[in-house]
Design a protein around this ligand. Structure first.
Ligand code: BES
Ligand code: ZN
Length: 663
């Protein structure tokens, strides 16, 4: 929807136009609605959205901008804090105990509390008045299970009830937990458990209002078998240590439920700096502490850009290779894939990314998953700013370049009926994927880069600092951001961007023609070499790759024309040992190029890769590639049968989908 079209419509027709769905359209509608009230009825044409006073407050609430992926109703009850008291039972692969919620009754007439659950066994529900321990049994029902959302738990709330205590247990297939056998760990001696709550999996760990609109503080007690160590994305008690079987935690800052996180295993700690450190299995601790050794410097730099770090400590937990993501920004304790530990800090962009979420995401949170770009796009932009501050401009340019290629591919792969996914805040009610697409990340980051170019860095940084100050520890929506941009930067420096700019970037699919990109001369030189190599005027032996960074390699492999002649790939493989690469990203990009070129002899290495790594971004595209041919599909199915039990439930679901799509 073009704003010029909006401005041509009358107030009346606007009110009934449900075709206007994008966030920018919503802001325009709200501004116009304000305008309509003060505009004489006879005025046939509403003023252009961008000429209206931008001071009209845009109030988005769960009513006009709902989270469609929760059963909870933030307009009847809101959880203020909760306490988890859980036994961690490795024999039964089960968490068992109680969750106690402290609630505000937003609507005094509310008599039913609805919580999200998924595959939880609910044993009893009791309520008590505020401040009272006089818990009495109340009535509850557990609705039928929805495959995506789980089951609503409906609890009858007596008039004076403000506390709810639920006795429950998780099930072994809990989507947010992975219970690992000792054989699936590095040490092979002790079992391991870790959680992954984003986006809709906290509800498989505890009955909660599982929506990022709602934030709560919490405390937790975990009882674990002797010899294991429990950590949470929270502050641990001073006497939490190996040898104890009871571990206590508290999270004094209010968090959305998707940031609830725990892990139990053979874990040791090593400090990096005064506020930073690493938790890992003993065998990988030293390598991890080296790889993430710049965490403290990154923190200092991010604080200089976006204001104080408000979570106390920042530690990194290294997980077993089945962790389904690169990293997860659990507060105070980023969860990290071990595939980032390359021995050369080439992938610490992931660390900068998860740290940056301490501002964009954890401090100021997307209110619904539709607003995911406010988390991921902001964070991707910040990630590059932090990389620039710590490692220099060139490193940041390289990462922009790789990201740009990811975005190009993602947009290209959208079928015409999926074009709506090219918008920054697409209506996720239609969308079932886990994890984010490159659109939220890279188009979101590019959008902020456009603002940097048009308004200037200092102005954008000041605006963003203000954004974090104004909204610290709250959840925000896309229309709210658009409105504040209009009232802030756009008002201060008129004429730099207009409503059409906002509409094409935020509501429009794909990239506007006048989009500006960060250029990297280094990557341009890689392109030049590759083109000569592809045309045959440069032999494989003559390729100048000495000193190439990971990003240059990825750029070379990702941009290579496909298919490539097998003989040329063989030369490349022989010279650079790509099939055997120990770098998980290089191996991934090489496998994709090789598969697209029918490169023979890949199977043993590919099988090893797919059975030893569970990071979705690395494995899913490979399964997709394999499924393109009957022979590849047969191989994929055989390997997946072997790999599946070792994957996290989220990855299993993702790959299951791919397999089902291919007959
Ligand atoms: N919060 C995301 C991971 C996520 C997104 C989990 C959506 C579930 C649903 C995390 O911050 C992230 O973006 N991780 C990336 C790394 C990053 C450098 C792009 C990943 O896992 O690859
Ligand atoms: Zn992220």
């Amino acid at each position: 929807m073009q704003p010029s079209a909006i401005s041509r419509m009358s107030c009346l027709s606007l009110a009934s136009k449900d075709a206007l769905r994008g966030p920018v359209a919503i802001v325009a509608l709200a501004v116009l609605a304000v305008g309509c009230q003060s505009t004489p009825r006879s005025t046939p044409v509403a003023p252009a959205a961008d000429s209206l006073p931008a001071s009209a407050p845009i109030v988005t609430t769960p009513r006009n901008w709902p989270d469609t992926r929760t059963y909870a109703d933030p307009l009847s009850f809101v959880t203020r804090s909760f306490h988890l008291d859980l036994d961690v039972d490795f024999e039964k692969s089960q968490l068992r105990g109680t969750a106690t919620l402290e609630l505000d009754r937003v609507d005094p007439n509310s008599r039913e509390l609805v919580l999200d659950t998924r595959d939880l066994q609910i044993d009893s529900v009791k309520t008590a008045p505020a401040g009272s321990d006089d818990f009495r049994t109340t009535h509850f029902v557990l609705d039928r299970r929805d495959a995506e959302l789980g089951s609503a738990l409906r609890i009858a709330m007596p008039r004076d009830a403000a506390r709810v205590r639920i006795a429950y247990a998780t099930t072994p297939q809990a989507s947010g937990l992975q219970w690992l056998q000792p054989s699936q760990t590095v040490g092979k001696r002790l079992p391991f458990l870790f959680s992954q709550a984003q986006a809709l999996h906290a509800r498989s760990m505890a009955p909660l209002q599982d929506t990022p609109w709602i934030r709560a503080t919490y405390t937790a007690t975990l009882r674990v078998p002797a010899g294991l160590v429990a950590v949470m994305a929270a502050e641990g008690d001073a006497d939490n240590r190996r040898g104890q079987t009871t571990f206590h935690f508290r999270m004094p800052q209010p968090i959305p439920s998707y940031l609830l996180a725990l892990a139990v295993g053979d874990l040791e700690f090593q400090a990096i700096g005064p506020r930073t450190g690493v938790w890992a299995e003993p065998a990988v601790l030293a390598a991890a502490a080296w790889e993430f050794g710049d965490a403290e410097a990154m923190m200092t730099q991010t604080e200089a850009l976006y204001g104080p770090y408000r979570w106390g400590r920042y530690d990194v937990l290294v997980l077993p290779p089945s962790f389904p993501f690169g990293g997860m920004e659990n507060p105070r304790l980023t969860f990290m894939t071990p595939t980032v530990i390359a021995g050369d800090k080439s992938m610490v962009g992931v660390l900068a990314h998860e740290l940056a979420h301490s501002w964009s995401g954890n401090l100021v949170t997307n209110a619904t998953w539709r607003d995911g770009w406010l988390n991921e796009g902001f964070t991707t932009y910040f990630e590059r700013r932090v990389m620039e501050a710590v490692y220099g401009e060139e490193r940041a340019r390289l990462e922009w370049g790789v990201g740009h290629q990811d975005l190009r591919l993602a947009l290209m792969e959208l079928r015409p009926d999926e074009a709506w996914q090219g918008a920054l805040a697409p209506d996720l009610a239609l969308h079932k994927d886990e994890g984010g697409s490159a659109v939220a990340y890279e188009k979101g980051a590019l959008f902020l880069y456009q603002l940097e170019r048009r308004f200037g860095r200092a102005q954008l940084d000041a605006f963003l600092q203000g954004w974090f100050d104004r909204h610290a520890f709250t959840s925000v929506t896309t229309p709210q951001f658009v409105a504040e941009l209009q009232a802030g930067l756009m008002q201060q420096s008129p004429g730099k961007i207009d409503a059409a700019f906002l509409a094409t970037w935020i509501d429009g699919a794909g990239l506007p023609v006048d989009a500006e990109f960060v250029q990297s001369d280094t990557l341009t030189r890689v392109d030049a070499q590759r083109l000569r190599w592809e045309q045959g005027s440069l032999t494989t032996d003559a390729l100048q790759t000495t000193g190439w960074t990971l990003q240059e390699w990825l750029h070379f492999l990702n941009r290579a024309t496909r298919p490539q002649p097998v003989a040329r790939l063989q030369e490349l493989d022989q010279r650079f040992r790509l099939t055997e690469s120990r770098n998980a990203e290089i191996a991934h990009s090489w496998f994709r190029l090789a598969l697209a070129s029918d490169y023979p002899g890949l199977e043993p290495a590919l099988e090893r890769y797919l059975t030893s790594i569970g990071r979705m971004k690395l494995i899913e595209p490979l399964y997709e590639d394999l499924l393109q041919t009957p022979q590849g599909a047969a191989f994929a199915r055989r390997v997946y049968a072997q790999a599946r039990p070792g994957y996290h439930a989220i990855a299993q679901r993702g790959v299951d989908h791919l397999m089902q799509e291919t007959p």
